[in-house]
Design a protein around this ligand. Structure first.
Ligand code: SN0
Length: 315
């Protein structure tokens, strides 16, 4: 593995998830692999799980880690070629990224979408600007359109908790108070489509994901119908892709409640976190024994570690 940018960098999703599960038994077995190597984690946006779990994963492999909150703690970065930098940006990505890559053996980047400029976001503008200017492997820690470390974790968690070889997994839109990226849902969809899963997506009309990501998924607009016989319910809010970055209509009744969970096959509940309690998901669902959200978050460490392990083997 050279870079880990999306599911396209993965040959076999199920195999990678299995290898991540195996790592849990012996997370310190490969301490030599990352000795004297440094991972630099760049955050253009907030993070709790990604920040800690990726750092921990690198340290489990013997690596040193350095975190930089770009824009906040360092100079404002300019991305445009040919920019006349007489405004608020101080350092161009050409120097910024090149310099960081002198200090790093692997770089992790988090760069959320603008949710304003659809074309720019879906071209992965910022991520590609980094890729053009670094010389070392890059790990995507949530970009404008995808969050592959989360999706690998999700597949791992499903495999650990399923009682069937091919479970029914339902990705359901849930309400929120502000427009959120489509990343987690896009990514989850493309990973589920590439794995041995009966995959259903349910959302109000107007929240269709890009077909590039939803692919062959079965889209059901009636949430109750979609929940029938589900083995896993994966809740996530996302803003509209078609009416880009907008919240359309009032769909507070899409909140995941225990009453909704009763329609399923005693489904396990999943969410990438953070979640707005009692807006997206009711307390009784998050606090129930069927909720996997904490186990799911714990698995982030091993998803990151298997990715870093595979990259380290190539450098
Ligand atoms: C991010 C998202 O992509 O939806 C990160 C999820 C892993 N979530 C948020 O930005 C939540 C912000 C909020 O105000 O609830």
């Amino acid at each position: 593995m050279k870079n880990f940018l999306s599911v396209k960098d993965v040959v076999n999703t199920e195999l990678l998830a299995q290898q991540a599960i195996e790592l849990k038994q012996n997370r310190f077995a490969f301490k030599q692999l990352g000795e004297n190597k440094t991972m630099v984690l760049l955050f253009l946006n907030s993070s709790l799980r990604t920040r800690i779990s990726t750092q921990k994963a690198a340290q489990n492999l013997g690596m040193n880690t350095i975190i930089l909150n770009l824009n906040q703690d360092s100079w404002q970065m300019e991305y445009e070629d040919g920019a006349i930098m007489n405004g608020s940006t101080v350092e161009h990505i050409k120097e910024g990224a090149a310099v960081i890559s002198e200090y790093a053996d692997i770089i992790g980047i988090r760069a959320f979408p603008t949710l304003i400029d659809k074309e720019k976001d879906y071209s992965e503008y910022v991520l590609h600007k980094f890729l053009e200017n670094v010389k070392v492997p890059v790990v995507n820690m949530e970009s404008a359109t995808v969050h592959p470390l989360q999706s690998l974790t999700d597949l791992m968690t499903i495999r650990e908790h399923t009682t069937k070889p091919k479970p029914k997994v339902v990705l359901t839109w849930a309400p929120h108070i502000k427009p959120l990226p489509q990343c987690v849902s896009n990514s989850f969809a493309e990973w589920m489509n590439k794995s041995d899963i009966e995959f259903v997506i349910t959302h109000p009309e107007g929240y269709e994901l890009s077909e590039h990501f939803s692919g062959k998924a079965n889209i059901i607009y009636n949430q109750e119908e979609a929940f029938e016989n589900a083995d896993f319910i994966y809740a996530k809010n996302w803003s509209s892709y078609t009416d880009y970055g907008q919240i359309i209509g009032n769909h507070t009744d899409w909140k995941i409640t225990d009453k909704m969970m009763q329609l399923t096959n005693n489904a396990k509940f999943m969410h990438c976190l953070p979640t707005r309690r009692n807006i997206e998901v009711a307390d009784d669902v998050l606090d129930s024994n069927n909720s996997l959200v904490i186990k799911q978050a714990a698995n982030r460490e091993f998803a990151a570690q298997i990715v870093l392990k595979n990259i380290l083997k190539t450098i």
